[in-house]
Write a protein that binds this ligand. Structure first.
Ligand SMILES: Cc1cc2nc3c(=O)[nH]c(=O)nc-3n(C[C@H](O)[C@H](O)[C@H](O)COP(=O)(O)O)c2cc1C
Length: 180
């Protein structure tokens, strides 16, 4: 088993973090490496928005408001509490290409970069959670000075894991189809 194989297998989406704020310099260095992801036409489409406590608090508030409007005050408060506990925050976006096929390629490249980033952080004892629930909300884009010409790949939380969940994958024979 190689180091890389172990990293890929052991990486987990982290849902609960220790409260210590992660070192943003570690994130920046990891981003530099993550950008060596494949990207067709060398568009390097990814943009990383590193969010400090002020911007994070605005997103927490927006999400609480959205959940309150949809599911009521108790649900909104519960989300506010949970999101307030997230130690490190960033968003990945890219500029939409007028050609939908190229946009898909740029999205795919961003996802490759995110997985790179996730593994590099994991190697350093930092977990990541990728969330998409809020990212298409116009108010969310506005908070990041983005508009409909941008697409958000995800909102990400990172930090030291409080717990590491167990996961499984289906047997590889179920996902392989062989052709002569
Ligand atoms: C595009 C994308 C969006 C995701 N959004 C969420 C999310 O909104 N909430 C969540 O709990 N996990 C989200 N995840 C994480 C998956 O739930 C997680 O990868 C899956 O449960 C497998 O767990 P693992 O990453 O530990 O192997 C997302 C993952 C991807 C790739």
């Amino acid at each position: 088993m190689t180091v890389l194989t172990d990293l890929i297998r052991s990486r987990r989406t982290i849902h609960t973090f220790l409260p210590d704020p992660p070192d943003v310099e570690v994130l920046k260095q990891a981003i530099e490496v993550a950008c060596w992801a494949p990207n067709h036409k060398l568009t390097e489409p990814w943009r990383f928005h590193l969010l400090g406590p002020k911007k994070a608090a605005e997103i927490v508030q927006l999400n609480a408001d959205l959940i309150t409007a949809k599911k009521g005050a108790a649900a909104g408060e519960e989300k506010r509490q949970r999101w307030s506990e997230m130690p490190g925050w960033f968003v990945v976006s890219f500029r939409r290409d007028p050609d939908p096929f190229r946009e898909e390629e740029d999205y795919a490249a961003c996802c490759c970069a995110v997985q790179n980033l996730s593994l590099i952080l994991w190697e350093q004892g930092l977990g990541l959670k990728w969330t998409t629930g809020i990212v298409q909300q116009p108010a969310f884009l506005q908070l990041l000075d983005l508009d409909a010409s941008h697409r958000v790949v995800g909102l990400f939380w990172y930090g030291k894991p409080a717990t590491v969940p167990a996961q499984s994958r289906r047997p590889v024979t179920e996902v392989i189809q062989e052709w002569a």
